[in-house]
Structure formats: C-alpha cells, structure tokens
Design a protein around this ligand. Sequence first.
Ligand code: PMP
Length: 344
Amino acid sequence: MSIRFSEDTRSSRHHRRPSSPARFDLSLSENPFPPLPSVLRAVNEVLAHANRYPEFLPRQLPEIIGRHVGVRDDQVVVGSGATGVAMQIMQSVAFDGAEIVTGTPTFDGYPIMAEMVGMTLVPVPLDDAGNQDLSAMRRAIDKRTAVVVVCRPHNPTGTILSAGELKSFLNAVPNRVTVVLDEAYAEFLGPEERVDTLALLRKHPNLLVLRTFSKAYGLAGLRVGYAYGRRELVERVRRLQLPFGVSASALAAVSASYAAEPELTARIRHITGEREALRDALLACGHAVPRSHANFLYLPGPGVATALRRARIAAKAYPDGSARIAVGDREAGRAVLAAVAGLR
Ligand code: PMP
C-alpha cells in the first residue's frame, strides 16, 4: 500500500478545539474512558490536601515507575506529561546551532518544542507505508544533531518499526546524539510487538525511553509522563526539573492505576478491538488506512478532514486533507465511517 504523507512541519502553538461544538472530539488521541473509580477515589483523597505542596522534586514517582519498568529510581525522570519530559530532555542537551531530527509528520509537540528551545528541526519524510525512514534519518544526522526522535508506534500513522530496524539504527547513531525512543502508545502493543528496552539501554548510553500516562492509562488531564535511561543521562535531565512541578494527584493516580492493571488491560483490549473493526470497515470502503498499533487511525488522502469536519467530528487534520482520529468509542467510529464512506 503506497500513501503520500504531508511533509508540512509548521508548528502551531494553538490547538484549536472546534468552534461549533463537535459531536465527537477525536482530535487528540485521548482515551475514551473516564478514570476508573479506584483512580478517582485516590485522586479525590489527595485533593482534600490540595492546600499543601507536593514533593519538592518527585521522589516517590520515580521509585514506583522504576519498580514497574524494571530500572532503579535514579534512572527515571518524571514531568508534566511526556511533553514536559521531552522538553526537559531537549533543554538539557541543547547547544548553539543544535538540530533535532524527527520523522514528519510527527507528534506536533516536537516542532513546537524545537522552536521553544531554539533547536532547528530536521524533518525526514515518512516512507510510502507511513513508517519512519530510518536510513534517511541516519543520513540526516551530522555534527549539529543533538537529538533524534524515533516514535514507536509512530504518530500519526500508528506504524511500528521492527526490533531489528531499531537496533541497527541505534548502532549507527553516534553516542554524542541523544536518541528519544518515544513510546507514548507502548501499552497498546501486543507482547510480541514490544521491544526489550532494558536490553537496548544496556548497550546505548545515549538512549532515553519516553512514556506517558495520558494514553493507555487515560490520565491526560493530570499531566504525567516519564523517561528512563542510563543514570548519567537521566541525572542531566533531572537537573531541569521544576520544583513542586509534579502534583500529588498525579502520584496518587499513577499508584492507583498500577494497582488496577487488569481493568486497564481490559480497556486497552476494547480500544484495540474497536480500532481493528473500524480499520477493516474503512479498508472495505477503499480507504488505505495503515495498520495502526496505537489508539488512533490515520485516514490518508484529500477530502477526509473536510468530510469529518462537515459531520462535526473533530479530527487532527493534515495539510493534504488527511486526518487522524482517536478510536475506542464505537458510536464515534460509526460516525466516522458514515462521514467518509462515500469518499473513495
Ligand atoms: N509523544 C507522542 C508520540 C504523542 O503522540 C504524544 C501526545 N499526543 C506525546 C508524546 C505527549 O503526550 P503527553 O504530553 O500527554 O504525555
């Protein structure tokens, strides 16, 4: 399947929620489920003490997350969503004239943050199947490169690189370049699709794995994400942590979420099941939707974003008329299908 991807990298600091109320807002790859009752209870309990500051610098969260992931607490840095952590990473390795290499299109945050920290973005177009073009990304790395971002799954296409491709890429990147392996949607992967990040970290001191509680855990509103890697690199990133920067409610929600893993897994299964059913239906109508491993689908080609907007479905729109929609809500999926069925 060959698809053309928009290479527009204009960053906009303004995410526009639709002006007239949308019937469905699928624009931000959010989880359709509200927090689990046990998570809400835990958050409500700490809110009763919201007159108090949280920890000066997060101590408990790195411990809890480190235990979950299988690394020491000093190998974890937490922040205001994966966005906040990515920004800290970029700030901690920036230098005059520094560049950041990413696939394009990618998560909007990268061009925005590059501009904020004064790094030049070097956008490398996706290949025709919607994958990051690792050979081209490797060729784009030079002495000005401070950071290279590899997303797995990739946003907006949902595609994944194979473990082998990722390994060869990491072997080819010089150690002075920080590699951010952005796994914002890792929890949607099946066990056979995951990569052994701990093994990768043993080999690559320049690697940071970036994750979030916004997607599979459904805590986007609480703004909590993390990165893990070798202690020396994490220590550098930690130096830029904002005092009192992570709320007590984030800590409570993460602990309660880890305790509710089976219920969250069932929700993930529901979301991926809806994704597959909707993709099959879209393929049947002639939409060349790449196989997604995340909680969204990419509908390529002209007219899609407009058709969705006309049906009052908010989607992330791309300059060539393509769109990305969050999945998981069956009713919203039906509305998407009805909106775009006649287009191809
Ligand atoms: N990375 C990727 C690939 C994303 O798609 C997103 C959110 N859309 C993020 C990072 C940031 O997520 P958050 O800041 O909510 O943790």
